[in-house]
Design a protein around this ligand. Structure first.
Ligand code: NCD
Length: 274
């Protein structure tokens, strides 16, 4: 269905529906992606400005959401710094709650768009493909959701990080450097260091980190892998300027795919699953 929505043809699938967005953390891509997806399907979007909402007057998030729910929206999209919050709100509302990122925990629509990008590139042949997720795998919710989603499609997940960013579980193979596994990888997903979620300074500078973890032209030439990044990219820390222009770097294609995936999610949750 996402593939159909990639044609970006105008339609009225969600005409008359109202979708509320509640973003308590910063966002460029995810919020506009959801809004554009909703509008492409003919829905109306109400974005609550959380900086001026009553949560800043002492109202709990549960009460804020119960009040929004009392206005009978057709879906609520929420981003918040607290892990598990979107799920715990589901008992307070009658409409679907869509998680647009909850702290370090999960970012399910991002993982779905990543999977869609991989699926299209490999023409559905995801079984047995190997991915290296590189960077702050401990604090990235994008890594969290991809760790849960990609193995269901037969993709072998490998994590590459300095010790301070290593994942705390033991279900995945973990590596110290990208060089030691790159020759075996079909996909590399680079991640931003989640500086806002660290309470101590791990590196003298991000340039130090970049020496070992930045995706360079040398790596691109060594093996023909697909390069993904959820954005925002820290240029020359996560991926070099040159590599960002490389045809196998799919960062902007991921953004386009994100609108199509979110349109499918809105359609399914608002029209089919209730
Ligand atoms: C990510 C996020 O907010 O989780 N960005 C996104 O939604 N595309 C990744 C990040 O902030 O590094």
């Amino acid at each position: 269905e996402a593939r159909e929505f990639l044609k970006f043809e105008p339609n009225e699938i969600l005409k008359g529906k109202i979708i509320v967005t509640l973003f308590f953390e910063n966002s460029t891509r995810t919020r506009s992606s959801f809004e554009i997806a909703a509008k492409r399907l003919g829905a109306e979007v109400v974005s609550l400005d959380v900086s001026t909402s009553s949560t800043s007057k002492g109202e709990t998030i549960f009460d804020t959401v119960a009040n929004i729910n009392a206005m009978k929206p057709d879906a609520i999209i929420i981003r918040h710094s607290e892990c598990g919050l979107p799920e715990s709100l589901t008992g307070y509302v009658d409409c679907p709650i869509i998680n647009a990122g909850d702290g370090k925990h999960a970012h399910p629509t991002q993982a779905l768009l990543d999977l869609f990008t991989i699926y299209e590139h490999f023409e559905g042949q995801t079984e047995g493909k190997k991915i290296a997720i590189v960077g702050d795998v401990r604090n990235s919710r994008v890594a969290g959701s991809n760790r849960r989603l990609l193995p269901r499609f037969g993709i072998d997940v490998n994590l590459v990080a300095p010790d301070c960013f290593k994942y705390e579980g033991d279900e995945f193979k973990q590596f110290d450097t990208i060089q030691e596994i790159i020759d075996d990888m079909d996909i590399v997903m680079s991640l931003r260091s989640q500086l806002e979620r660290h309470n101590i300074t791990y590196f003298e500078s991000l340039q130090e980190y970049a020496k070992d973890f930045c995706i360079t032209s040398e790596l691109m030439e060594r093996k023909e892998f697909l390069l993904l990044h959820p954005g925002p990219v820290n240029r020359n820390i996560d991926i070099t300027d040159e590599v960002l222009k490389h045809p196998r770097c799919k960062v902007l294609e991921q953004v386009t795919n994100g609108v199509a995936i979110r349109a499918s999610i809105l359609k399914k949750l608002i029209l089919e699953d209730r």
